[in-house]
Design a protein around this ligand. Structure first.
Ligand SMILES: Cc1ncc(COP(=O)(O)O)c(C=O)c1O
Length: 407
């Protein structure tokens, strides 16, 4: 019996069956303690974009920690690596001139955006704009705001009311958003949160035109448009740094984490469009918000090294290659009697949707027997979100492993 309490787990089952211990990683593979190799179908929890075992990132972090690990970025404090990273992020932001607020991860980023949206309207003399809207099936992390505005009811069960001013709307229907705005009144709504591709809720691609349409609706109604790119950001959308760039969404706020450091160390960032940030930069306004480890210098060094790898190795294009490879090579799995459909064709992301959702967790274990480390999301959707360095041959290996595991 170990002391470690796992996230999102039935701990009784973990104690009974034991943990799957990942001891090492290299490229698109991970290894258990016995040295058995597994192809990483998910890049951990959607983050190891540059692949495992990059000494370059470890060296950059070590050098930074030897210089100064971290101090603070409250008040007027800053570290050079953090400043450099903020400039780098502003230079690739979907909205030029964006301001960058650092966090410790995706849930922090969402919480920051939810608080910021309300505080922004307060600053503009419209304190009644407090309601935040999310979508059914959406996942926005596990802090209180993100849990409340996400669309996965089981994640909200047993806590009482988390946040009264959170509403949920159909995930795929822009008209439903319009109807909800008309019902509540735009004068009470602070922000709409939107994952470009619904990720942890089961990997659902946006219907054609949906993102552009909801973006327009928000603009027309003076509602902040928050794009949650914790999964899609930093290249996973394929061909672009962000889905907001690919779809020209011009978000007011953009939440990120994961691919920022490829998960080598924890870090998140919220991108705030210049015109939204402006009231806070006039002088005399304190935003009383921040995290001890926001802008951590060691994490900033990791992020800079990680982004340099993405650029040097053309990994945005590799993610685009994976978009089409996954779409082509996974298609045949849809004919398997245990598979309802395969969702793919946008970004280095896909779902193999099982007919019987209860088969998801057992299949994760069977996949391991066939050399694949996988994960079930939503209702029996097998998550495919490989490191961008996964080759087309390795995708063949992935498909072969799924075929054998499905039987
Ligand atoms: C879209 C989205 N937002 C927020 C989060 C929360 O990020 P974290 O787990 O780093 O707090 C996640 C995590 O998977 C996510 O997928």
């Amino acid at each position: 019996m170990g002391a470690l309490w796992h996230g999102f787990a039935d701990m009784g089952a973990v104690e009974r069956d034991g943990a799957f211990v990942v001891a090492r990683g290299e490229g698109a593979y991970i290894y258990d303690r016995a040295g058995t190799r597994y192809l990483d179908a998910t890049a951990g929890l959607w983050f190891t974009n540059v692949g495992h075992g990059r000494a370059e990132i470890a060296d950059a972090v070590a050098a930074q920690l030897r210089t100064v690990a971290h101090y603070s970025n409250f008040g007027d404090f800053a570290e050079p690596a953090t400043q450099e990273l903020a400039e780098k992020l502003a230079s690739i932001a979907p909205v030029p001139g964006s301001k960058i607020f650092f966090t410790s991860g995706g849930s922090d980023s969402v919480d920051t955006a939810a608080k910021f949206a309300r505080r922004y309207w307060h600053e503009l003399g419209r304190p009644d704009k407090t309601i935040v809207i999310g979508r059914q099936r959406a996942y926005h992390g596990m802090h209180v705001a993100g849990t409340a505005l996400a669309g996965i009811p089981v994640n909200r069960e047993g806590y009482g009311e988390l946040m009264p001013d959170a509403r949920t709307v159909e995930w795929d229907d822009a008209k439903a958003l319009l109807a909800l705005i008309e019902e509540i009144g735009a004068e009470r709504i602070a922000a709409f949160f939107c994952e470009p591709i619904i990720g942890a809720g089961g990997i659902y691609l946006p219907p054609d035109g949906y993102l552009t349409e909801v973006r327009r609706i928000c603009r027309d109604h003076d509602i902040l448009f928050v794009v949650d790119e914790v999964v899609t950001g930093f290249g996973r959308i394929g061909g672009s740094w962000f889905a907001a760039t690919r779809f020209e969404l011009e978000p007011d706020l953009m939440t990120t984490a994961k691919g920022l450091t490829s998960g080598y160390v924890p870090m998140g960032a919220v991108f705030i469009a210049a015109h939204i940030a402006e009231p806070f930069f006039r002088g005399g306004v304190w935003w009383r918000h921040g995290y001890t480890y926001g802008g951590h210098a060691g994490a900033a060094a990791a992020a800079l090294a990680n982004l340099a790898i993405v650029e040097r190795e053309g990994l945005l294009d590799e993610a685009k290659r994976l978009e089409s490879t996954l779409h082509t090579k996974l298609a045949a799995l849809a004919d398997h009697p245990r598979v309802a459909e395969v969702r793919s064709g946008l970004g280095a992301v896909a779902a193999i949707q099982l007919v019987d959702p209860s088969e998801g967790l057992p299949l994760v274990k069977t996949l391991r027997e066939h050399g694949i480390s996988g994960r079930a999301a939503g209702q029996g959707a097998m998550q495919i979100s490989p490191p961008f360095v996964m080759t087309d041959d390795q995708v063949d290996e992935l498909v072969e492993g799924f075929n054998r595991a499905l039987g």
